[in-house]
Design a protein around this ligand. Structure first.
Ligand SMILES: [Zn+2]
Length: 97
């Protein structure tokens, strides 16, 4: 037979302890919820961060091969001249002159 304790059935001397234990339980639950939210948010921000310096698809630049030396340079640094790609102005001049 299960006994359910309510405030009315408790001796009056125990009521403050009952309320305190209920409050304590509520605090523990709230702390648990807060911890879960905290860890989820931290995990999400940690997962987002590494993609910024190098891993993300946006940061991967298209590599182009120099006509002169064969080195691969990012598209933004490559020099295109008459449909040919060069790593530097020097190699463009050497190849075209
Ligand atoms: Zn080159």
């Amino acid at each position: 037979m299960l006994q359910f304790f309510t405030l009315a059935s408790l001796p009056s001397a125990l009521v403050p302890f009952f309320i305190m234990s209920q409050l304590l339980r509520l605090l523990i639950i709230l702390a648990g919820v807060w911890l879960v939210i905290h860890f989820v948010r931290r995990a999400l921000s940690r997962r987002r961060r590494p993609s910024v310096p190098g891993g993300g698809t946006e940061s991967i630049a298209r590599m182009l091969r120099c006509e002169r030396c064969g080195i691969y340079v990012p598209e933004s640094e490559a020099i295109t001249f008459r449909g040919k790609v060069y790593c530097s102005e020097t190699h463009r001049r050497e190849d075209t002159s």
